[in-house]
Design a protein around this ligand. Structure first.
Ligand SMILES: Nc1ncnc2c1ncn2[C@@H]1O[C@H](COP(=O)(O)OP(=O)(O)OP(=O)(O)O)[C@@H](O)[C@H]1O
Ligand SMILES: [Mg+2]
Length: 290
């Protein structure tokens, strides 16, 4: 299988008033077509910055310094012109950001924003057809009063609704690579499970690859084919999900696994091999109605 994304020896540092801080120390990562890969690690370990480098967003900052090879669908991203990179974003590469409100424009309605997103892929798409497609996408994320939502501005919707809108927009153009950074944070578990299933369907039906960033190891165990563990800007371990969960090799991965609480019904639990199994939400397998 071919790689959709290949990162080799990626270094990232930021220049600040007090000097330079190194954030990524030569990480390497690859994702094949249709593969679901998780990136897990503690807060501040470098997960979101990795996603932003892949999208070419940090390259535009004057304070960042980036070294390393980046390849997407056989194209060398290092030499790609910023306008070509911009054309990739929202079409072949899309992202669900950790904070949904920051990815929606406050001065345009949700409907206008959907039209813009869909026209990135199909420039001549008529407004009416785009809005019909947008309504279908909203239903797929359990928003049934789509008429109201399409006419609303982001501030007129709840946080969870905005997050579902952002997810629907990210899936709209059937990207080759979807980066999902903590996609379920503001959602209840049923909608979270539905979102995961949508992403799973997309990988199976359209061959989309997913880079899934999450703190929820239970969900990672259910969703991902492979896992990379990042610690202080270094990939300390990677492998098939089953292997990583059953036989974590690196001390940090072992600590990460053992930090997951268990619902055993009393006291501080002993840690066994199936220590994270309980977190795998069973709703993930259940049918969730609209
Ligand atoms: N624009 C920036 N300028 C300077 N430092 C930054 C910038 N963006 C991120 N950092 C630093 O890079 C490090 C990694 O941040 P990142 O957002 O990738 O963490 P994370 O692993 O996504 O954490 P979390 O799980 O909390 O979201 C942090 O120390 C952060 O302060
Ligand atoms: Mg983050």
């Amino acid at each position: 299988m071919t790689n959709v994304l290949k990162i080799e020896n990626l270094h990232l540092s930021f220049r600040g008033y007090t000097g330079t801080s190194k954030v990524l120390h030569g990480i390497s990562l690859s994702i094949k077509k249709g593969e679901r890969v998780a990136l897990v690690g503690e807060s501040g370990s470098g997960k979101s910055v990795t996603a932003r480098v892949i999208l070419g967003l940090l390259q535009e900052l004057r304070t960042s310094k980036i070294k390393g090879a980046l390849e997407f669908n056989g194209q060398n991203l290092n030499t790609m012109h910023s306008s070509d990179w911009q054309a990739l974003r929202g079409t072949d590469m899309s992202m669900i950001f950790q904070d949904p409100t920051s990815s929606l424009n406050p001065v345009f309605t949700i409907g206008d924003q959907f039209v813009e997103v869909l026209r990135r892929r199909t420039p001549k798409l008529e407004i009416k057809a785009a809005l019909v497609r947008a309504a279908e996408l909203l239903v797929s994320v359990s928003i049934n009063d789509h008429e109201r939502v399409l006419n609303a501005f982001p501030f007129q919707l709840s946080g969870g609704m905005n997050q579902r809108v952002v997810i629907a927009m990210a899936l709209a153009n059937k990207p080759a690579l979807l980066i999902a950074d903590e996609p379920g944070t503001a959602l209840d578990v049923t909608v979270q499970a539905q979102t995961l299933r949508l992403m799973q369907d997309l990988t199976e039906q359209s061959g989309t690859s997913v880079l899934f960033i999450s703190h929820n190891l239970g969900v990672v165990r259910e969703f991902a084919d492979r896992v990379y563990v990042i610690y202080r800007g270094n990939i300390v371990e990677s492998g098939p999900t089953k292997t990583i969960f059953e036989k974590p090799g690196h001390a940090y991965t072992q600590a990460l696994m053992s930090a997951v609480p268990r619902l055993t019904g009393g006291g501080i639990p002993e840690i066994e091999d199936d220590r994270v199994a309980f977190l795998a939400p069973s709703v993930f397998h259940d049918e969730v109605g609209p």
